[in-house]
Design a protein around this ligand. Sequence first.
Ligand code: PLP
Length: 376
Amino acid sequence: MKQVPFLNLATVNSDDLDEMVMAAGRVIRSGRYLHGQETEAFERELAMSSGLSDVSAIGVSNGLDALRLIIRGYIELGRLRPGDEVLYPANTYIASILPVSEFGLVPVAVEPDAETHNIRLATLVDKISPRTRALMLVHLYGRPCWDKEIMSYLRSRGILVVEDNAQAIGARAREEGFNHSCITGSLGDAAAFSFYPTKNIGAVGDAGAVLTTDPELAATIRALANYGSDRRYHNLYCGYNCRLDEIQAAMLRVRLRRLPEIIANRRATAEAYSSWIKQPAITLPSEEKGSTHVWHQYVIRHPHRDRLGDYLRDNGISTDIHYAVPPHRQPCYKDIDFGPLPIAEMLADTVLSLPIAGIDTATAKEISMIINEFRE
Ligand SMILES: *Cc1c(COP(=O)(O)O)cnc(C)c1O
């Protein structure tokens, strides 16, 4: 079999190369590199793709900053305070909780469901305390995580639902969210997007966005992202520089137009893997009926994950692990007691991500056949 890299971004972007080069040239010739019409247009187009009408999209520097701006924005509005507890799925990427601890809020880990890799309703309720003020809702690997009943229950208790939509742009939940859209990123109170190059819509560098239907939060975040300035030379907050630049915005406009096709391709590859991989020891990922998974990662489980990964590497196929060390095991969080999280640990020890971006169904079939020949 030919060599299969886990992800080759040059290949992924090659279909759009001419358009991207043209768009970059347009920006350079315009002489306007920040606060320009590309960013404005991208914000409008991203807002439109959310399926909501009264919504603000704010282009920012990256996904982590999008999350930071949301947390800091809620702090400025008096809706979050240091010491407040924020629930989050224990198997997420660390960026989901860095902004929580950064502002003195307390990350409270919720065990994921071993089959969906997303949090479970029952476990979530157990973790609610009188100090719970927000949920960091992660649509991990591109699988929508939403349950209208439990989310409405959280909302009735004044708990904010912040979506970490870094991996799930364009995914659809089975039920509609607070704002009557099913599209992830418009389900809860505010959402963070990442356009890190490896994400389903990737920039040529760093980029991110915030989406919210709350006009007060949107105005606060816009100011915070621009030195805390709500109008010229007037600094309402001690803010940051978290701007999206015009070149990245122009790249993202090209890529966003292709989103339906990007999702369709990933879904076809995932479906090929799911129908061809037949190994009793492997647990395949699933899709919730009535929802649309966008397959940022295709994550299988195997009790001897490392041996399977080595075997695939020896056969020319690169794999990856999302994530080998969960946030609660990172040295930076050694002083926080997260409690026992056996499911998150088991997942960290058994998950293996197969290549998916830019992999056609014939290649997925070939990879599946090689997997089926794995003998421990
Ligand atoms: C990528 C990612 C982020 C951070 O996005 P950056 O643009 O890299 O800062 C946050 N959360 C999750 C779940 C991610 O996958």
